[in-house]
Design a protein around this ligand. Structure first.
Ligand code: MRU
Length: 360
């Protein structure tokens, strides 16, 4: 099987900081251009970072969090690097702006909270030192995400049996995180252990993260992947081509209800109907323990043109009413387990989530 390839070999940096705290910048892969063009863009101000998150140049909950953390460093310099009060004020303004970019992925808010709270009252009173401290924190968020993804892969691979078909939705790979992914980390780790498997990738309407990004990532690693339209999942399950479903998450409530890319809930219902275990893979930074259940998760509504004019071609009558929620919520009872960096939460309920997340 040959696939169009672009960009470097397997390894890539979805998001990275280039340079020092005073003059460095954020470099990221423009994911809107994949799979046909591999282009890195440099972002040097908060509006550019905000736009990159909003327009999905960088997307996927953990990657959004990492990008926002580096964006906060950039924003903190907006009124100069010397005066501590101005750096703190600029940071607050930058964080407030970045918080409005996308509402559902809690990693965005988690990362920005960390960036603001790392400057406690006794923090440095020199602007340059504050910037250094902010860059250290952003790099930590980046590195921790890499480590969490590797651990998710290790825990999740143990659930994979050789020869299985695994269905996934959207893209929860290295492109959606600092590195290696969450749902795809499970696949990558199982593959690295020598387990044969085949991934069925939902194309993921309307923005095709499954077709454009998941198929690209798996193909580059030589992992067998079959692309299907979203409306083929039921048929694929009935034909017993799939023995496991694993997806990522944008926000998990304290009872385990999970928001992920629109269409995930439907996949979970189908998996239940066919007796196929449905797993969510996510780091602890994706849990929002401040909310009781999925009804409190804000669901992003996106531009109707993503549906009527997908990728530039009009495919619906002008002016038609459109509903375009970017995410849905899968109830905890449909989830066989949540694969975290601390282990697999199973069964999924308030107590088991608390126990695993608070374990050492
Ligand atoms: O709109 P997107 O592309 O940011 O949506 C991404 C997803 O829904 C992913 O499945 C989720 O963020 C998990 S990423 C590890």
């Amino acid at each position: 099987m040959s696939m169009p390839q672009s960009g470097p070999a397997v390894a890539f940096d979805t998001v990275r900081w280039v340079g020092d705290a005073r003059s460095g910048f954020l470099r990221l892969i423009d994911q809107t251009l994949l799979p046909t063009e591999y282009v890195e863009i440099d972002l040097r101000d908060v509006p550019a970072v905000w736009e990159a998150i909003k327009s999905l140049r960088v997307r996927g909950a953990p990657a959004i969090g990492v990008a926002a953390a580096y964006g906060a460093v950039i924003g903190a310099r907006a009124q100069g690097c010397q005066e501590a009060s101005l750096v703190r004020r600029s940071l607050a303004l930058a964080a407030a702006s970045l918080r409005t970019s996308r509402p559902t992925a809690v990693n965005l808010f988690w990362a920005l909270d960390r960036m603001e709270s790392c400057l406690n009252d006794e923090g440095p009173d020199d602007g340059a030192e504050i910037l250094e401290k902010l860059l250290v924190e952003a790099r930590l968020i980046d590195e921790e995400d890499r480590a969490m993804c590797r651990a998710i892969g290790r825990h999740g691979a143990a659930l994979v049996q050789p020869g299985q078909g695994i269905l996934t939705h959207c893209n929860a790979g290295g492109l959606a995180t600092a590195d290696y992914g969450t749902a795809l980390a499970v696949v990558f780790a199982a593959h690295e252990q020598g387990k044969s498997l085949r991934v069925f990738a939902d194309e993921t309407r309307p923005l095709l993260q499954g077709a454009r990004l998941t198929a690209w990532e798996l193909g580059r690693r030589g992992i067998p992947v079959t692309l299907i339209c979203d409306n083929m999942a039921a048929q694929v399950m009935r034909e017993r081509k799939v023995q496991m479903v694993v997806v990522g998450a944008d926000r998990i409530a304290s009872n385990g209800d999970t928001a992920n890319k629109i269409g995930t809930y439907g996949v979970a219902v189908l998996a239940k109907a066919h007796g196929i275990p449905f797993y969510v893979a996510a780091p602890s930074s994706t849990f929002d323990l401040s909310i009781a259940d999925g009804t409190a998760i804000p669901i992003e509504q996106r531009d109707p043109r993503e549906i009527t004019h997908g990728f530039g071609r009009q495919t619906a009558p002008e002016g038609v009413d459109v509903y375009n929620p970017a995410f849905d919520v899968t109830p905890a009872e449909l989830i066989a387990g949540i694969i975290t960096e601390k282990g697999v939460i199973r069964p999924v309920n308030r107590e088991t989530i608390h126990d695993v997340l608070t374990s050492a």
